[in-house]
Design a protein around this ligand. Structure first.
Ligand code: ADP
Length: 606
């Protein structure tokens, strides 16, 4: 019960939050509502017209309580015409006018509500994307990427359905319902109340089914996330899948996710398909009872034939809005379930923006003191009580067995993560004092994989905050990174489109583009994850030259996977189990005969 109450409070907040997106477009909303009011009045007037027509031709001379009959009685001179003759003119003319107004109302209502909905979706989608851009780094590691993509695509699509189709139907049909019921109340309120006795039963069915819809929709969302995830993973790792014969595993995972989706969707379809006929049955029962009472001699005496027909026509017309309203329940609930998830993602606290310190250009002194760090959801320390000082202009190589914490250290330097204990300083000031964007301006970064964007070579180098760099600076960065020669050989030179993640480039070429990007940024501190291991000796030599050029005059922290790189560094920090266990230059460390010496021997032998 308590949980139920909390949930309905949650629902309220959800509606209010969604409505807050509509507020800026209130004028479109008003226009749309105005349109649908006209449309629903049009529906009523058509029933009313029928009453006027019947009463006019019945020859009884009696006019019922119809709206049109009254207006005509007061405004139109009959000029000696019989009621039937008058109706011959009035009915066609009014019919055309009412239909025109109704059509205009329908157009304005539908179009403007779509304007509201489309703006809402656009805003929501952009804010969701912004929240992803600002999410802390661990979110991207802890949540499967495919699932995040599915939030921006599938979930938003669900909200779109609710916002466009459901909002339109909700507005149009509830206004029609309101207009018809008011008209029936006006014609004969007792009969109308009798008819409305069915409402609680319908409401009960609608809420019951609504809850089920929401539950199934949540599960459908999760399964859609799984479908996207498996697809994305398979596409990304297609080579491994093929070479390791993983087709069966991937197929099985995909089928499981897809069949889960099918089952939940079918459950939803079952509830959806059942709810409409049940509601129609309830309505028909009510209508049957209504006719039985309406035709009783007592009621009949107070009614003209026209009024009776108009009343029953209005009652019968109620079927459509009720059917439509119950029909959009599933769309609405799917949208609400998706909105819940989208908002939950948006409410994740963003990456901290850091302090207020801003500097023009750092000298490049780095120091780590007693730094310990544990990844969220991990049970062991990735860095433990680590101490390290790097002087401005120095090149420090990090070496050590895999899992010793080299990448983690680098991530902490870039403040992608924050240490749980200890401090990291740049020029003597803790990283947390710097505004994060200012801190990152001081850092150049060349990662091992050298990710590329689906854009031209030029835009891949002049990327992000350096996109506005002068062309001459871009070309000198390319030269410094020794990338000119291969770029010239590309079909359209700098304007060649690199395709998805630089599809056609070799590892060394990718690295040189990434280096050029770092040179162009010209940051005082450069962090590199060396990636020469996979290259042949010629490409390795070229890349090495490029790296030397890029490193000059900066503080450099380079993760060295090959000790040949480490050898050239001013100092080498040897890491093991999250600590720096040895530090010195190549010669000193070899003489010392410790872990570095062992690694060195291993590489020599290899
Ligand atoms: P290296 O770069 O030296 O190979 P890492 O810094 O990647 O080492 O890893 C250090 C430790 O942190 C390892 O024990 C590894 O398992 C753990 N680790 C690395 N990345 C994550 C992560 N995203 N989540 C949890 N643990 C991680």
């Amino acid at each position: 019960m308590v949980a139920e109450r909390q949930r309905s409070q949650g629902d309220w907040q959800l509606y209010r939050r969604l409505l807050s997106y509509v507020v800026p477009y209130w004028y479109l909303f008003v226009l749309s509502t105005g349109g649908f009011v006209l449309y629903s009045l049009g529906n009523v007037l058509l029933a009313d017209l029928l009453q006027y027509l019947l009463d006019s031709v019945s020859g009884s001379g009696e006019q019922g309580r119809g709206l049109l009959s009254r207006v005509i009685a007061h405004t139109v001179e009959d000029g000696g015409r019989t009621p039937a003759e008058l109706a011959r003119i009035v009915v066609p003319v009014t019919l055309i006018m009412v239909t025109l107004v109704r059509a205009a109302g329908f157009f304005a209502g539908s179009y403007f509500v779509n304007c509201v909905a489309r703006n809402l979706i656009h805003e929501l989608r952009c804010r969701l994307f912004d929240s992803l851009l600002q999410a802390p780094s661990y979110e991207f590691e802890s949540q499967a990427q495919g699932k995040l993509v599915s939030k921006v695509t599938f979930n938003i699509e669900q909200v779109t359905g609710a916002a466009t189709r459901a909002l339109k139907t909700l507005l149009r049909e509830s206004l029609t319902l309101l207009a018809l019921v008011s008209y029936m109340l006006y014609l004969n309120w007792r009969l109308c109340l009798l008819f409305l006795a069915i409402v609680p039963a319908i409401a009960w069915v609608v809420t019951l089914v609504g809850k089920r819809f929401r539950r199934y929709s949540r599960r459908i969302q999760v399964s859609m996330g799984d479908v996207t995830q498996v697809t994305a993973e398979t596409i990304r790792n297609i080579q491994e899948v093929r070479l390791y014969g993983g087709e069966a595993t991937q197929r099985q995972q995909f089928r499981r996710a897809s069949s889960d989706n099918r089952e939940q969707s079918l459950k939803l379809a079952f509830a959806e398909a059942l709810s409409t006929p049940i509601i129609q049955l309830l309505l028909a029962l009510s209508l049957a009872a209504l006719i039985w009472f309406a035709l009783s001699p007592q009621v009949l005496t107070g009614f003209s034939a026209g009024s009776l027909v108009a009343f029953l026509t209005a009652a019968a017309q109620l079927g459509k809005p009720v059917r439509q309203l119950s029909g959009i329940q599933s769309v609405l609930q799917r949208g609400l379930a998706a909105a819940e998830d989208v908002f939950a993602q948006m409410d994740e606290s963003p990456e901290p923006t850091g302090g207020s310190l801003r500097i023009e250009r750092a000298r490049g002194d780095l120091a780590l003191r007693g730094v310990s760090f544990c990844y969220p959801d991990s049970d062991h320390l990735a860095l433990s009580e680590l101490n390290l000082e790097i002087a401005a202009g120095e090149t420090l190589a990090l070496v050590g067995p895999s899992g010793s914490g080299k990448s983690t250290l680098v991530k902490l330097l870039a403040r992608l993560y924050e240490p749980q204990t200890g401090t990291i300083t740049l020029d003597g000031r803790p990283l947390s004092e710097y505004a994060v964007d200012n801190l990152r301006q001081q850092l150049g970064f060349v990662s091992q994989h050298a990710p590329l964007f689906h854009d031209t070579v030029y835009n891949n180098i002049a990327y992000g905050a350096i996109a506005k760099a002068e062309r001459s600076r871009v070309t000198s960065a390319i030269q410094a990174a020794h990338a000119q020669e291969f770029i010239d050989r590309l079909p359209r030179g700098l304007d060649t489109d690199l395709g998805d993640d630089g599809g056609g480039l070799s590892g060394g070429q990718r690295q040189r583009i990434a280096l050029a990007r770092a040179v162009l940024k010209d940051a005082p501190v450069l962090i590199m994850d060396e990636a020469t291991s996979g290259l042949d000796s010629a490409s390795r030599a070229r890349l090495q030259e490029a790296m030397n050029a890029v490193m000059r005059g900066r503080t450099v922290v380079v993760i060295a996977h090959r000790l040949e790189i480490a050898q050239r560094a001013d100092r080498i920090a040897v890491m093991d189990s999250g600590r720096v266990v040895e530090i010195g230059n190549h010669r000193e460390l070899v003489e010392r005969g410790g872990l570095y010496h062992t690694l060195w021997q291993q590489e020599e032998r290899g």
